[in-house]
Design a protein around this ligand. Sequence first.
Ligand SMILES: *Cc1c(COP(=O)(O)O)cnc(C)c1O
Length: 362
Amino acid sequence: MMRPINFCSGPSALPLSVLARMRDELMDFQGSGISVIEHSHRDPRIVQLFTDVERQLLAALGLDVGYRALLLSGGATLQFSQLAMNLLGQDGVGAYVTTGAWSEKAVKAAAAYGTAVEIASAKSSGYTEFPAIDAWNIPEDARYVHLCTNETIHGVEWFGSVAELGLPVIADMSSHILSRRMPMHTYDLVYAGAQKNLGTAGVTLVVIKSDLLDRCQLHPGTPDVLSYAAQAAQGSMVNTPPVMSVWVLSLMLDWLESMGGVDAIEVQNRAKAALMYGAIDASGLYHNPVAEDARSWMNVPFVLADPALDAAFLAEAEAAGLLNLKGHRSVGGMRASLYNAITVSDVQVLIDFMHTFERTRG
Ligand SMILES: *Cc1c(COP(=O)(O)O)cnc(C)c1O
């Protein structure tokens, strides 16, 4: 039987070869005789694993010098609070661009630690576009600008440049990190939960420019485990780290390299998105509401012209081995998440199914 294709928005599909390596290598880490998850995190092999993952990640992102990669816990959700705890001091100002559900949560969370100002919002469009950068109204005393460069629920992606903003820029890249070549050096802090494009839940990547790391101003009462500076000084091991998830991340980075790196993945992801939006735009049944210049390559929401067909679409898709296509409840309809592990031919299988459904039911 064919293995189902998992279009889940997160946790996401993993490459079969990564799952196979997990199975094959779980029992014996690097000839030590015991599993990676049984070792002390102070064991030199595990310390080396963390060092290698940091180096491999920064290289994949195109950031060799001047940045650190921290391997933390708590998901991207904790970063909404943690970045404010580290950068706003007693009561600093953070500037927020609101482009959907995730950036809404980020601005709300930060308000507990300082002043979080919304400087632009796409809410009135129903989150179907990205607010133009010249309309971002940044307060003079802001310590940073925060944006979510791929809104997973609404399928809205940032393709613009933040190079000229003149203050630190922070991005939630949870659902599109390493999906294509991006000008990473124009960002001062980037974070991402691993369970979308980088592996499995449990580890959250925080990439931070060294000079921002040096200028962190902790909110009073912030514990060491939530301090970027303390985590950086202790190799992301202030306490017992999620070694299993970091190990899966290392296998994902090996896989990415074996695929030809980010540039090769970009070619594939561009083709997948073009196929998917092309099929939707050519159809009379399916519709995607997002402005053309903001359509996400990774998350493609679409609605059916007649919502009464939704249940049949999902049931028939599942029977055909196409899983997790239901859209987020706040948007309705469907969503196909096309993370790195999804291939061009997986997308073609989905499109063939959509054509057949339209012909027989539409
Ligand atoms: C999934 C997601 C989150 C939340 O991630 P957790 O790891 O579950 O906390 C935050 N931001 C974006 C853009 C996401 O896609």
